[in-house]
Design a protein around this ligand. Sequence first.
Ligand code: TXA
Ligand code: MG
Length: 318
Amino acid sequence: MAEIGTDILKAKTLLEAGELVAIPTETVYGLAGNALNASAVTRIFEVKDRPQFDPLIVHVPDIRKAGSYVTDIPEKARLLAEHFWPGPLTLLLKKKSIIPDLVTSGLDTVGIRCPDHALTLALLTSLSFPLAAPSANPFGYVSPTRPEHVDEQLGDKIHYILDGGNCEVGIESTIVGFENDDAIVYRMGGLSIEAIEETIGKVKIETHSTSNPKSPGQLKSHYAPAKKVFIGKIEELLQQYPAHHAGLLTFQEDFNSPYQFILSPGGTLEEAAQNLFIALRAFEKMEIDVILAELVPDIGIGRAINDRLRRAAATADR
Ligand code: TXA
Ligand code: MG
């Protein structure tokens, strides 16, 4: 069990000593260490059991600081950062050599983001280095959106979890890279495509997994709950899997089942996103053997929710 508390000074002291601390962000909890300290970064990969080919996101307190770690900020990237930082947006930018190759898995770009959470922004401002922080879950699991989620899975490997309450967005950041004059979205996330396009015009979307994904978060089965997930119309799925003890994951509809989770009784996509990973975790503890899920409207943050649901379902093919 790790200690859970709101002591920023304690978090700072541990991080300065090269230790890891779980930190809250508006998206999901991160497992943070000094991004400029190779041994702290190595420890992040060990604690998460994460393959070293999967690069980490570096967290900074503001755009000015981001400039210390990247060689150049293209115009579209600057516009996005000005509009949406602090917020659920990660920019892939050419790195300076001060960022260890280990952080970026040898790539020449670094994923950089300014998170929108008061405690973590205060912590970042107080530090003389940026924080490398992947989601604070073992590799391949659903991301944590509450301090208890982190404690359950990593509590015996870290000393301190900075308690920032429940994550307000609940789904990871949107990842955007730049090639020539194009902006390319590599991961759907908390910032909607619509909002991005309003700011910089049309973007390309390359979130599909390939045999050699640029971003391992694109792996089809990356967001894998232990139980099989099937997507479709709930009534039809129930007829297809009658012999199964099924958990039902709906957007708004109530099936009066003890094994159901309604993502948003009020019917908002923001609430559905906040609840998605909480629901998938709740199902892990239920006496069910499959999860039958329906997609949500494919607009705004709904696209990121549907992306995670499809990836969770992709493991059913294995
Ligand atoms: O919301 C978030 O982004 C959270 C919070 C803690 O900030 N972090 C997060 O980190 O989701 P992680 O490590 O679970 O996912 C980061 C994704 C990975 O899929 C990784 O492959 C991709 O970002 N990534 C990081 N740096 C990259 C780079 N230079 N090029 C391509 N993909 C990169
Ligand atoms: Mg992750």
